[in-house]
Ligand binder design. Structure first.
Ligand code: TRP
Length: 348
């Protein structure tokens, strides 16, 4: 059987380079390989509200921005169903019944949730909606019979929890739901790209992102600000590449073609690293190289985004059509789910 693919993003801001290498690139690849039964991308506005309930305008403003990002990177709405989470009420129904299958202690142990709780200083008063979001994410995944989730490594605990719920549901109510697996990027650094400040995650709330929509000047400025080796003061000093964010990014983006084009005095990244370690290679030179690469990667995306943004009616149309298609599947699939629970009282 071919995979059913589903993934999503919270519309809390424009998408950034972390999303791009962590999941977006894989989505476009999967889409173009075409080896799937169905492929869905969900804009997770309900999930975004679990920690932005006090600022719903932020979600509203970013819904279309995220859709623009999708189309700009090459997601094709003819091949992929793009939909809005809050417009699929069956997701809330699934979530409601799943809540019976998960203990509060288990939710508190979810490492991604734990991390976010710490980051957002929620310790004393975690909203129950927020604590529950992994359950709601299990609903996102299972409602569509998903088997494959392309995502960054921070989503691994969510997939694990989803599969626990699936096993529990199936053992209690009979074989109904599919288990799924995560698809991570091959490049291990791309699974969690650090921010430009060296923080281990690129995140809007940390203010350390390069956005897909950033202008050439913004990219240049951000690359020049990047964290390198604080002890590499003079060009002659030997430099450290561990934890040096410019090299981390080069590990993800540099290839031999880019060396030929922008830095022909070196054959490849190993040569460049060795020179840096020996001393005699300045930060500005490696930063310029990285800037050229990122700008080449992002320019077509930025241009396409700008073109698309002139016709926001089209963006709305994509979301409305995609959501309609997803809703049809949701209505179909919930029938079996309710039957398994025995709450299909008046079915003929
Ligand atoms: N948790 C994901 C994020 O923070 C968004 C998301 C919601 C998602 N539902 C999903 C991802 C289902 C994959 C599958 O980016």
């Amino acid at each position: 059987m071919k995979d059913i693919i589903l993934t999503g993003d919270r519309p809390t801001g424009k998408l950034h380079l972390g999303h791009f290498v962590g999941s977006l690139r894989n989505r476009v690849k999967l889409q173009n390989e075409g080896n799937f039964d169905k492929m869905y991308i969900m804009i997770a506005d309900c999930q975004a509200l679990t920690d932005n309930f006090d600022n719903p305008m932020k979600i509203r403003e970013n819904l279309r921005e995220v859709a623009l990002d999708y189309l700009a990177i090459g997601i094709d709405p003819e091949k992929v169903i793009i939909f809005v989470q809050s417009m699929i009420p069956e997701l809330a129904e699934y979530t409601f019944y799943f809540m019976n299958l998960v203990s509060v202690a288990r939710l508190m142990r979810n490492p991604t949730v734990k991390n976010e709780v710490k980051l957002k200083n929620m310790d004393e008063s975690i909203p129950s909606g927020f604590l529950n979001y992994p359950i709601s994410q299990a609903a996102d995944i299972t409602l569509f019979n998903t088997t494959l989730v392309p995502a960054g490594i921070d989503q691994e605990p969510m997939i694990e929890q989803t599969n626990e719920i699936v096993r529990k549901f199936n053992s209690l109510y009979g074989d109904t739901l599919n288990e799924c697996r995560i698809l991570l990027p091959d490049n291990t650094i791309a699974r969690r790209l650090p921010g430009i400040d060296g923080n281990n995650k690129m995140s809007k709330s940390l203010g350390n992102c390069i956005y897909l929509a950033d202008s050439e000047e913004e990219i240049r400025k951000k690359v020049m600000m990047m964290y390198t080796d604080p002890n590499h003061v003079r060009v002659e000093d030997p430099g450290n590449i561990e934890g040096n964010i410019v090299f981390t990014y080069l590990d993800v983006f540099a290839n031999d073609d880019y060396f030929r084009k922008y830095l022909p005095e070196y054959k490849n990244l190993d040569e460049l690293k060795n020179h840096y370690k020996r001393g005699g290679l300045g930060d500005v030179k490696i930063k310029k190289f990285l800037f050229n690469i990122l700008n080449e990667e992002l320019t077509p995306i930025r241009n396409k985004r700008e073109e698309l943004s002139k016709n926001m009616d089209y963006i709305d149309e994509v979301l409305i059509n995609g959501t309609e298609k997803a809703r049809i599947v949701a209505k179909e699939n919930i029938i079996k789910f309710k039957k398994a629970l025995g709450i299909n009282y008046f079915d003929k």
